[in-house]
Design a protein around this ligand. Structure first.
Ligand code: HEC
Length: 188
């Protein structure tokens, strides 16, 4: 009976519930793709690194603000243990710099000359699962597009050389995450 219920659920939602942790916000579809995360803009905002074109010869790989969100319970667990729990989903949403008026991408506002958040422009995400992503230090890497909304509805795991490789080479010791750029995680 339980098996019937499970297969019906898969039929109706197209999602493999078997492989999912109830506590995780990462939703994997039956074909192994990760569903576009939702609700993350209400999670804890841990930081927003910025690598503007103006400081990268006019061609930064990611010229946007990188707004990073983690769920409060996973943030708490990392602070206590130095490890993110299984199923942790970290979302990095890009926002363009707002209407530049100077060649370096900056503009002047009452607070001063600088960079201000413009439109949303893409999503990358990482998911912790030491079994599913054993080959890449227990984290899966996904990109839902580097462009204005709407984003892709789902994403396949990205190849190692596109994503995980750089994180493995640099931040393997801090659970594959650049905690040094996020005060809430760094100063635990
Ligand atoms: C050349 C190195 C490099 C590559 C390749 C790379 N990243 Fe990162 N990633 C970084 C750095 C550095 C940061 C933190 C600073 C920043 O955002 O500028 C980061 C941050 C992140 C974050 C926020 C959480 C964290 O770990 O700090 C996510 C999510 C992420 N990357 C996913 C991806 C995905 C998905 C890909 C492939 C599409 C990818 N990264 C490719 C270097 C890389």
């Amino acid at each position: 009976m339980a098996a019937v219920v499970v297969s019906l659920t898969i039929l109706f939602h197209g999602e493999s519930l078997l492989a999912q942790e109830k506590t995780s916000s990462a939703v994997f579809l039956a074909d192994g793709k990760l569903k576009l995360p939702t609700g993350f803009r209400n999670w804890v905002f841990v930081g927003g690194p910025l690598t503007p074109n103006g400081l990268n010869g006019g061609h930064a790989n990611f010229p946007e603000f990188h707004n990073v969100y983690v769920e409060a319970r996973n943030l708490k667990a990392y602070k206590e243990t130095g490890k993110f729990p299984k199923g942790t989903l970290i979302v990095k949403e890009l926002t363009l710099v707002l209407n530049p008026t100077f060649p370096d991408g900056s503009r002047t506002e009452p607070s001063g000359r600088g960079f201000f958040n413009g439109p949303f422009n893409g999503i990358d995400a990482t998911v912790e699962d030491s079994k599913r992503f054993a080959k890449t230090n227990g984290w899966g890497f996904f990109t839902f597009g580097h462009h204005a909304m709407p984003y892709a509805a789902s994403a396949a795991e990205a190849p190692v050389n596109e994503c995980a490789g750089c994180h493995m080479a640099n931040v393997a010791k801090t659970d594959m995450t650049w905690v040094q750029f996020y005060p809430l995680l760094r100063d635990k």
